[in-house]
Design a protein around this ligand. Structure first.
Ligand code: PLP
Length: 363
């Protein structure tokens, strides 16, 4: 059985394609390519959906993080805590600000940023900010981090690129008092037909600051910025997708529950059951016993038609361009090599999940 990692055929089915084509046709007919009515509509509806005061669309998820750091006043020489398990973008945003990353270790069970590590590092380094990542879609322990960071005025920027559909104990991701960043890259849960991103924030003031930075400093006579706008065509696609996203995220959650059920007794470790309802299940990672087992399992699955990805086969501190910064990375290194992500889409069938699980159990 062939099972692909993503399923764009089903996501962009004939009905959806027709609807989007007519919407994009309208925009082309009006020559309204820069920020337009759908930017505004999306920003309003997405802020409401995520329980945030405001949403600002930007060009991509990396810019969203970088500009968040910028409006918080973080720049050259400032130390910013970055978890060891994440995508390049998180640390790139720090480096592109001229700031210095400090590696924060992760929880060995789920790969999420470890509050104890933040606490230790905050005693050793003058951290200006940390960037907890809701990695795989799992909710990072924001309340615990706030307890450590708020008294020391360490800012928190939540990287929610993989977490559209994730819930914190207090509400949806984006509803905290922190800046929360999203990517709408085509493979994310909520995705454009190209690049886009967003920042969610708890105040009008922060919203205005992001808009000024992302549009060449316009609106502030004393500032200059950059170009990080989201064009009208992408905003319209995203707006159209909002109608379906809650249903799709529900399907991801039930598919994660099915994987958990059918993988019972397998030699790989699944993530804790408590995440079934709270994770966005952007990815479905399992932990193998060793790097060798991960590679063998990926090969075996491939032979049987199942595509997988080793997100992330290295801790960020082990990657060549990012070597040599201070911090803690023991658990991250140990976690990274053993992780294998199985296919996860809203469109998987129980039969497919059973097929994949049986291969793993018989391996
Ligand atoms: C995808 C992603 C980003 C940023 O993505 P862009 O490609 O810049 O839109 C940032 N952080 C994480 C964890 C991601 O997965």
């Amino acid at each position: 059985m062939e099972i692909s990692f993503y399923d764009f055929e089903k996501l962009h089915n004939e009905e959806f394609r027709q609807e989007v084509k007519s919407l994009l046709g309208e925009i082309i007919d009006k020559n309204a390519f820069a920020e337009g009515e759908y930017n505004k509509k999306f920003e309003e509806d997405f802020a409401k959906m995520q329980g945030a005061k405001k949403c600002a669309l930007v060009a991509n998820g990396t810019d969203a993080i970088e500009m968040s750091l910028e409006i918080l006043g973080i720049g050259h020489g400032d130390k910013v805590g970055v978890p060891g398990i994440t995508f390049y973008a998180t640390i790139e945003a720090v480096l592109n600000r001229g700031a210095t990353p400090i590696y924060v270790d992760v929880n060995p069970i789920d790969g999420l940023i470890c509050p104890d590590s933040v606490k230790r590092l905050s005693e050793k380094h003058e951290l200006k900010a940390i960037i907890p990542v809701h990695i795989y879609g799992l909710p990072a322990p924001i309340a615990e981090l706030e307890q450590i960071c708020n008294p020391k005025n360490i800012k928190i920027v939540e990287d929610a690129a993989q977490a559209q559909g994730t819930f914190l104990p207090t509400g949806p991701v984006g509803s905290s008092n922190n800046l929360t960043t999203f990517s709408f890259y085509p493979t994310k849960n909520l995705a454009a037909f190209g690049d886009a991103g967003a920042v969610l924030m708890p105040s009008e003031e922060l919203y205005n600051k992001i808009k000024v930075v992302g549009n060449h400093g316009r609106g502030d006579d004393e500032a200059y910025g950059r170009n990080s706008r989201c064009d009208h065509l992408q905003a319209a696609v995203l707006y159209k997708k909002l109608e379906k996203i809650e249903g799709y995220n529900k399907e991801r959650k039930s598919n994660a529950a099915l994987y958990h059920k059918h993988l019972e007794g397998a030699s790989v470790r699944t993530l804790p059951q408590k995440y079934i309802e709270t994770s966005s299940w952007h990815l479905y990672p399992v932990q193998c016993e060793s790097v060798e087992q991960r590679i063998k399992l990926a090969d075996l699955l491939k032979e049987k038609g199942v595509s997988t990805t080793p997100f992330y086969d290295q801790a960020i501190s082990e990657m060549t361009p990012f070597k040599g910064f201070e911090g803690e990375d023991t658990n991250a290194k140990n976690f990274a090599g053993r992780t294998l992500c199985l296919p996860m889409t809203p469109f998987l069938t129980e039969e497919q999940i059973k097929y994949i699980s049986e291969i793993i159990k018989n391996a």
